[in-house]
Design a protein around this ligand. Structure first.
Ligand code: FAD
Length: 435
């Protein structure tokens, strides 16, 4: 048996750098047996995927498990269209592998750097009103509970427990294996264009109904908004590698980061820079590319982020209210605000639980002004009955969360069976689930 990679006094730091802590014991197991041993050895255990969450989910004062070395493809069943993997595999590794097999993930978010278990545990999502959060692609998963026992939950088996447990914030145990429902490889026909914000509001229903995957980027202080429309297709790829390099590496990285740098010195210039940036969308983009290449965008700069899900029926009102809030405030925003759409589901801890949702992302590069922006955004989000993304930033109001998540008590009951002593708890889990 190979030795477990471990480290004492590990320094945990998330992607954004807003969460950092000293961890007494850090492990990277390579087998399920090793994983189980670690769980049994320690009184307190947390897991981290790639640390792409802004929230304090991964903190622990005892043991942190990372599954980077538990990341293999176990089997692919092309006939059933199912892929079984170890939980530490990254979404990009899955897409790359499936691409070689003529298969693909059904849907993706904006990046694929996350581990599959980490992405599923926080209800990570993409966009498309006919598509649910990524956890909906899971057919079955194996969970190792606090006592080291292993259970398998299948959505066609005990559906009630599956729906309670699939989005779990790492509070029920360690996910060790997953079987995903996948699809044949497909391409996306992308049509991207900027239009007036008011025109977008007037056309929102039509845009949603006629597009497989529709999302928007709004540069605050600008009256136009960028519409991203992706249609699923089998037509041939026609995008140019040069264009991708120019946009994803030169414009998005070099030019944009230079403007952000200047905007940090002269904050008053930010609205002007946003007006310049929207010019790059003057010429509509029309291209066909492999699905995962279109779903994913260029690596964003380090930034602060909150994102809430609202009932789709309130979409126009919330969008209008958000624009008004920004326009009438002193916030000077140097990054896109993202708007996405997700089909409702039945998962107890999903922000899209039982409602088709519009997700609005409030983003800012840099810490200055973030607390004030977050406070204003949350005031608005609460007014419209929003539900926060678990992996992003939010201030916990436990009474409000109880109102928004009617199955929290059921989740707690399951948790007290799987983890009676709170081995997988930390201050944030305790605060979210507290009565
Ligand atoms: C640049 C960027 C872009 C993003 N884009 C999107 C997007 O498009 N859509 C979206 O919805 N979100 C997005 N996110 C948020 C991100 O998808 C989530 O925060 C996700 O949970 C991060 O995955 P991770 O592997 O880094 O997990 P971590 O952040 O490390 O952990 C997240 C949670 O998963 C738990 N966990 C990890 N492994 C296991 C396991 N094996 N068993 C049980 N629990 C486990 C952890 O304990 C923790 O509670 C983005 C984040 C960044 C930084």
């Amino acid at each position: 048996m190979s030795l477990i990679t471990s480290q004492k006094n590990f320094r945990f730091r998330n992607w954004a750098g807003n969460q950092q802590s000293a961890v007494p014991h850090y492990y990277q197991p390579e087998t399920e047996e090793q994983l189980t041993d670690i769980i049994k050895t320690h009184g307190k255990v947390r897991m981290m995927g790639t640390g792409h969450s802004w929230s304090a989910l991964c903190h622990t004062d005892e043991a942190l498990i990372n599954l980077d070395k538990y990341n293999k493809v176990i089997s692919l069943d092309k006939e059933k269209k199912q892929l079984t993997i170890q939980a530490g595999i990254k979404l990009w590794q899955i897409s790359d592998y499936l691409d070689t097999q003529g298969m693909a993930l059904i849907n993706l978010g904006s990046i694929s750097r996350q581990s599959v278990a980490g992405a599923i545990s926080t209800a990570t999502h993409g966009s498309g009103i006919g598509y649910r959060v990524l956890a909906s692609q899971v057919q079955r998963f194996t969970l190792i509970r606090a006592d080291g026992d292993k259970i398998v939950l299948d959505k066609d088996g005990d559906k009630e427990t599956f729906d309670l447990a699939i989005i779990n914030l790492g509070a029920l145990g360690v996910i060790s294996e997953l079987t995903l429902n996948i699809t044949e490889a497909f391409r996306l026909h992308e049509q991207t264009v900027a239009i007036d914000f008011d025109e977008m509001l007037a056309r929102l229903d039509e845009l949603l109904q006629t597009t497989d995957h529709f999302k928007m980027w709004w540069f605050p202080h600008v009256s136009r908004i960028v519409l991203y429309r992706y249609q699923r297709t089998q037509a041939a790829v026609n995008d140019s590698r040069f264009r991708q390099w120019l946009m994803d590496e030169v414009l998005s990285v070099l030019v944009y980061r230079f403007l952000v740098f200047i905007g940090n010195i002269f904050r008053g210039l930010r609205p002007l820079f946003n007006k310049l940036l929207i010019l790059s969308f003057n010429k509509p983009l029309d291209r066909i590319e492999r699905s995962f290449k279109v779903f994913n965008v260029a690596d964003p700069p380090i930034h602060r982020e909150a994102e809430w899900a609202f009932d789709l029926k309130d979409a126009k009102e919330v969008l209008g209210a958000y624009r008004k809030m920004i326009d009438e405030s002193d916030h000077k925003i140097n990054f896109i605000q993202e708007v996405r759409f997700v089909k409702g589901d039945e998962y107890a801890l999903s922000p899209s639980y039982r409602r088709d949702s519009i997700w609005i992302g409030c983003y800012l590069i840099g810490d200055k002004g973030w607390d004030e922006l977050l406070a204003d955004f949350e005031k608005l989000a609460v007014k419209y009955n929003g539900r926060p993304h678990w992996g992003k930033e939010y201030n916990i109001d436990k009474e409000y969360l109880r109102k928004q998540y009617p199955l929290l008590d059921e989740f707690q009951k399951l948790r007290s069976t799987y983890d009676p002593a709170g081995k997988f708890s930390n201050p944030m889990i305790a605060a979210i689930l507290a009565k």
